[in-house]
Design a protein around this ligand. Structure first.
Ligand code: C2E
Ligand code: MG
Ligand code: MG
Length: 698
């Protein structure tokens, strides 16, 4: 150490430093200072020459003793010397103390952080002759500080990027910090929230619980939570799941983190799920599940009378068959819109599926329900449109009343359906209340099917005939064969009831076969009796029409009973004409054979009249629903007249179905309709009766 001391003493002495101060300086530098000390002589250039370095200065900076007497440029790696010199030059320029931080990286990868103070030493001429550099090794402290910075940054990024709102609050509830999610959730800026009480953000109802929660948290319970409501700046109430975490510093709770998860979105998706569970996807109306739930709630809580309507669209199957399911769905949506307009606090509209709807009419007696049903019917008076085609749709409605017709949901639904079933059976497009007697009449479909299978062999089927009166001559030469099933268990069963069942079960094929054979046999008998000029119309259902053996069966029967093809007519519905590719060849073949072809229930299905030109059709039968309204609805009257004229212009015979009054006959006479069929002249009657009443007059 001596040589150092000597060198410095000499140099500093020449700088006229007071000897007393010198002593103090040396004491400090050599005995007390752990810092690195460098005394540099300022030379021209400027460059800085090492004239003194203390032991720490040599050891910690890894400098050899030979550095003394060398300039910085000589002693240090050039880049490092250049950077270091810049700071020394600053001292010369500023003529003042300069401090800076720097880092040394050693070859072994060790990194040392230093904090340096450069102090100028002036001579008597006020010129800077020396610069004293004191560098403190702050590596340990810097590493510690960096750790704190990293953890602070980590904390920040967790807090700032958190999707949950995080408030840090004082023990009294004053907001100290709020993260961006909190800003978003509350609608206030962080600045607006700081120093405000968090209690101001919480809904009054939840304040007490929040206070308790805070107390608990402050007394050391780590995690507490509950669902509470926050108030957004704009007044909107938000449901949040709130958690509190104590802020513990040096073992003491200094505040609380309040973490809030906004549940509004969750609530919304819960609502969506609930909506989907209780609504029909296609129409947006309530669904069957909603009906069951509402019914049981109503029955449990309500002692007032209410009505349950069961609604089914008439012949909707034909619409689906003719315009396809997409078109059918569009029409169903339109029907749903019309029914949906009745939805209110006292009226709930449901779609069961398919073309079946229900309506719950609260606080309603029979009279109110009957009035309401009339409104529903009037909602169906305007026609429906799809692809600019017009469709007429009528509903059939069955009604059951609570508590009269059932004390539970199942019974009420069953009885409304039962009443609906009766409506359909009687010929659609009207409504009926449930009657208790219906129960005993209830036809068990499964049993019905079992019996229907045996109906032919047990000889339970018969044909009735309904005359078609020529309006010119007043005589009937053609008759529609209508099937009757007389079952010992169920009695006389309507074809409207069992034909759909027969279609569904495939029984329509043997039954249809039986009908054709029976009709041919009957024609043969009448021929034998001398009536050669009669024609019998047989109904062919769409399923039957698509069967390949239909033509074979007909040809076979014509031969077997030796009758003329022209005395047999087949009635097909518009639904059968749907599949044009297969339909045209079948119709052409029938035409070649000489069979007459009529379109039954005309006007209710395929509304396009184009196919009338395409298909070899002989007869149009205007549906009963038109005739029913022909005198009361001008539009219907106009359509009916048009159909008659159109049929005539295409060379077809036009028959009006369901004629029940003399006024209707007058209308049809005026419109020059060819023939009429209906109760006004005769109901369908057995062959024997027909022979007496009609054939005798021929
Ligand atoms: P449809 O072919 O339209 O037959 C006319 C229906 O209207 C018959 O009902 C007839 O009794 C009824 N009717 C006739 N005039 C009037 C009237 O003035 N007012 C009222 N309200 N109704 C009248 P029915 O016999 O109950 O037959 C219902 C349906 O069952 C028939 O409608 C037809 O689609 C089907 N059907 C009947 N027999 C057969 C059959 O042998 N085979 C097939 N596949 N279906 C049949
Ligand atoms: Mg018919
Ligand atoms: Mg008909």
């Amino acid at each position: 150490m001596d040589h150092l001391q000597r060198a410095l003493t000499k140099d500093l002495a020449s700088a006229h430093v007071n000897s007393k101060i010198q002593k103090i300086l040396f004491d400090i530098i050599f005995q007390h200072v752990q810092d690195m000390v460098y005394v540099m002589k300022v030379e021209n250039g400027p460059d800085f020459r090492y004239i003194f370095v203390n032991e720490s200065g040599l050891n910690q900076a890894n400098l050899p003793i030979e550095v003394i007497g060398k300039t910085m440029t000589e002693a240090l790696p050039s880049e490092f010397a250049r950077d270091l010199k810049k700071n020394y030059e600053k001292v010369l320029n500023n003529r003042n103390i300069v401090s800076f931080d720097d880092t040394f990286s050693f070859d072994d990868g060790r990194k040392v952080y230093g904090e340096t103070i450069l102090t100028p030493i002036f001579n008597v001429k006020n010129k800077i002759t020396h610069v004293v550099a004191v560098t403190r090794d702050v590596t340990a402290w810097t590493i510690e500080k960096n750790k704190i910075i990293v953890s602070e940054q980590r904390y920040r990024s967790i807090v700032d990027n958190n999707l949950d709102a995080i408030f840090s609050i004082s023990l009294e509830g004053k907001i100290l910090e709020a993260n961006p999610a909190a800003v978003l959730m509350t609608g206030y800026t962080e600045k607006q929230m700081i120093n405000r009480s968090i209690y101001n953000l919480i809904n009054d109802w939840d304040l007490e619980r929040f206070r308790e929660l805070l107390e608990k948290t402050c007394s050391g319970y780590a995690l507490e939570s509950f669902d509470c409501k926050f108030i957004h700046r704009k007044g909107k109430i938000l449901l949040v799941h709130l958690k509190t975490v104590p802020i513990v510093i040096h073992g003491e709770i200094s505040g609380v983190y309040v973490i809030c998860k906004d549940l509004s979105e969750q609530v919304k998706s819960m609502e969506t799920i609930k909506y989907m569970a209780f609504h029909d996807q296609l129409t947006g109306l309530l669904n069957r599940r909603a009906l069951l739930e509402n019914l049981s709630d109503l029955i449990a809580s309500n002692k007032n009378e209410f009505a349950l309507l069961s609604i089914d669209l008439d012949r909707f199957k034909y619409i689906n068959d003719t315009i396809g399911h997409i078109g059918g769905d569009e029409i169903l949506k339109k029907v749903a819109d019309r029914l949906g307009q009745y939805q209110s606090k006292l009226c709930f509209v449901y779609r069961q599926g398919g073309d079946e709807f229900n309506i719950l009419l609260l606080n309603s007696d029979r009279k109110k329900a009957a009035n309401f049903v009339q409104q529903i019917f009037s909602a169906f008076v305007p026609s429906f449109y799809y692809n600019s085609q017009e469709y007429f749709i009528t509903p059939s409605i069955g009604i059951s009343m609570f508590p009269n017709d059932g004390m539970d949901s199942e019974m009420l639904i069953k009885n409304a359906d039962e009443a609906l079933f009766r409506v359909k059976e009687k010929g659609k497009a009207h409504s009926q209340f449930y009657r208790t007697e219906m129960n005993s009449e209830t036809t068990n479909i499964v049993m019905l099917e079992t019996h229907l299978r045996k109906a032919i062999e047990k000889n339970e089927l018969t044909l009735f005939f309904q005359p078609q009166i020529d309006l010119q001559t007043g005589k009937a030469k053609s008759f529609e064969a209508l099937l009757r099933w007389n079952n010992p268990v169920f009695g006389l069963i309507s074809p409207a009831l069992f034909i759909p069942l027969a279609e569904d079960t495939g029984l329509i094929i043997p039954i249809g076969h039986w009908v054709i054979e029976s009709a041919c046999k009957q024609i043969r008998e009448w021929n034998k009796m001398g009536y050669h000029d009669v024609r019998v119309a047989v109904n062919i259902s769409p399923k039957q029409f698509q069967q390949h053996q239909l033509i074979e069966t007909i040809c076979f029967m014509l031969q077997k009973y030796e009758i003329q093809a022209s005395s047999l007519e087949i009635e097909i519905t518009e639904g059968s004409l749907n599949n044009t590719k297969e339909t045209i060849p079948i119709l052409k073949r029938l035409k070649e054979i000489g069979i007459k072809i009529s379109v039954d229930d005309f006007g209710t299905g395929y509304s396009s009249l184009n196919y009338l030109r395409e298909f070899p059709i002989d007869i149009l039968k205007i549906d009963r629903s038109f005739i029913k309204d022909v005198l009361v609805n001008e539009k219907v009257a106009a359509i009916t007249t048009t159909i008659i004229h159109l049929g005539k212009s295409l060379g077809m015979e036009v028959i009006a179905e369901g004629v029940e009054s003399s006024e209707q006959v007058d209308f049809l006479l005026k419109a020059q309709c060819h023939k009429i069929q209906g109760f006004y002249y005769s109901r369908p009657i057995p062959a024997k009766e027909l022979e007496q009443n009609y054939l005798g007059n021929l």
